[in-house]
Ligand binder design. Structure first.
Ligand code: AMO
Length: 439
């Protein structure tokens, strides 16, 4: 039998105020806990905003009371009843039920506790994500994530960017690398986009000179680390008529500052997570790749000039920079060989590129791009790529392409650093990693 609600919910737990006392209200949610002490039973009902107490009185309605105390934890119920002031109950009120409906009964035992004190393994939590997300601290992460993403839209639209959506099924790999998922596209082979790189650049040839996308990245990286996902989300921007990559870095640091500030306003969620945020100071420090290598070598971390910074080097540099008072910093002018083919060279060996780091974790990377088609083809060949595979992209550079640049900025990486979360999988609803494909 399918039971539907008798009346539309009128109140969330935390929205009840004194003016509701003595009136009939309708509340609905999940049964978090039931305490039956004989003639009286307390049901803790959880909804999107918090919890409330439903108080069942045996002598008022014995049949209803039996039904109430017999319901399993985490079942979904709706209650119509009188809202009564109560100093003892949470939120200062209780609901005395006149009617009560079990809308969906939860099976027992639960695969994962919601209010249990014992910590569950991350894998068990992720296997049962729909229950894991019932926990207020887990929900808080995604409420904050929502706020910071809304800050991205506001910030970039105010800076004259327009939001675009580019294809995720593509014919050539976006980053030129090997970490690409191949798919069958009818009779052809296709790839899942590793980033919107090629398309956001093509858009620079259109006159839409500032674009952004909140994009899916699909990357077939084999490693299973605490900071890598195989499907992740990022803020990508591209802007034309720039003087240098410095123009892009200014947008990026302004964006990070605004997102951090917006997160710091999520007082309720931060309290649930027991976190305090310190808003970073602008401008972020810029250090060149050369200087980063010197700092590492001076701290007994030997690194060859030209090598990309690995996780360990990034961490050590993060510690050095933190000691110097910089949690956020840009590493600029990477060696050309460490960066993708589309990166603008600076002389023979360097590039006009940057990474944004936060406490030794890369949050974003970007650059000024090559806008001359011949140089672009030359760089593709030097990187072992065949320009023929990029015909549709290269064509956009042949009929008027302004100087431009942009960045890609990982949202999960940002949330991880913002809230000091150890494993990136906690920062995305349904993570995809080397072994996880469900739920
Ligand atoms: P890059 O490859 O550095 O640059 O990616 C940009 C940012 O995206 C995030 N990121 C990831 N997050 C989690 N798991 C992953 N596997 C993963 N891969 C990347 C990181 C990273 O800094 N096209 C360029 C950007 C540009 O130049 O505009 C690019 O994709 O935070």
């Amino acid at each position: 039998m399918v039971i539907i609600m008798k009346d539309l919910r009128t109140h969330y737990s935390l929205d009840v105020s004194e003016k509701d006392f003595g009136k009939k209200i309708v509340v609905a949610g999940w049964v978090e806990d039931i305490r039956n002490i004989g003639g009286i039973a307390f049901i803790i009902l959880r909804d999107r905003k918090g919890t409330l107490q439903v108080t069942g009185l045996k002598k008022k309605d014995p049949k209803l009371f039996e039904k109430l105390v017999g319901v399993s934890r985490e079942s979904v119920i709706s209650v119509i009843g009188e809202c009564k002031k109560s100093d003892k109950a949470r939120n200062g009120y209780e609901v005395i039920p006149d009617e009560f409906n079990v809308l969906s009964e939860a099976e027992t035992p639960l695969p994962l506790g919601v209010v249990d004190k014992v910590e569950s393994e991350l894998d068990t939590r992720l296997d049962n994500r729909f229950i894991d997300l019932r926990k207020p601290d887990v929900q808080a992460i995604f409420k904050i994530r929502n706020e910071v993403i809304s800050a991205v839209h506001t910030f970039l639209i105010n800076k004259n960017f327009i939001e675009v959506h580019t294809p995720k099924i593509i014919a050539s790999s976006s980053e030129g690398g090997t970490d690409v998922f191949k798919i069958k596209y009818f009779e052809k082979e296709a790839f899942l986009a590793q980033s919107p790189q090629l398309y956001k650049q093509i858009l620079m040839a259109t006159g839409l000179d500032r674009v952004y996308e909140i994009a899916w990245y699909f990357r077939a990286e084999e490693h299973n680390t605490r900071r890598h996902l195989n499907e992740s989300t990022a803020v990508d921007i591209e802007m034309a008529f720039i003087k240098s990559e410095e123009d892009i870095m200014k947008i990026l640091e302004g964006l990070v500052y605004t997102m951090w500030k917006k997160a710091s306003e999520c007082v309720d969620e931060l309290n649930i997570l027991n976190k305090k945020l310190t808003i970073p100071k602008l401008p972020f420090k810029r250090i060149s790749y050369d200087d980063a290598v010197k700092k590492l070598n001076a701290n007994d971390c030997k690194i060859e000039w030209g090598a990309d910074l690995g996780t360990e080097e990034e961490k050590i540099l993060g510690d050095i920079m933190k000691k110097e008072g910089d949690e956020f910093y840009f590493i600029t002018n990477y060696p050309l060989i460490a960066k993708p083919f589309y990166t603008m060279p600076e002389g023979d060996k360097l590039s006009r590129s940057f990474d944004l780091e936060c406490k030794g974790v890369e949050l974003a990377s970007g650059s000024q791009r090559i806008h001359n088609v011949n140089l672009l083809k030359k760089r593709m060949e030097e990187c072992g790529l065949n320009p023929k595979d990029f015909d549709a992209y290269l064509k956009a550079f042949r009929y008027g392409m302004p100087p431009h640049g942009g960045f890609g900025f990982g949202i999960e990486r940002f949330v991880m650093e913002l809230l000091d979360i150890y494993n990136i999988r906690e920062c995305i609803l349904f993570p995809r990693d080397r072994t996880r494909l469900t739920p």
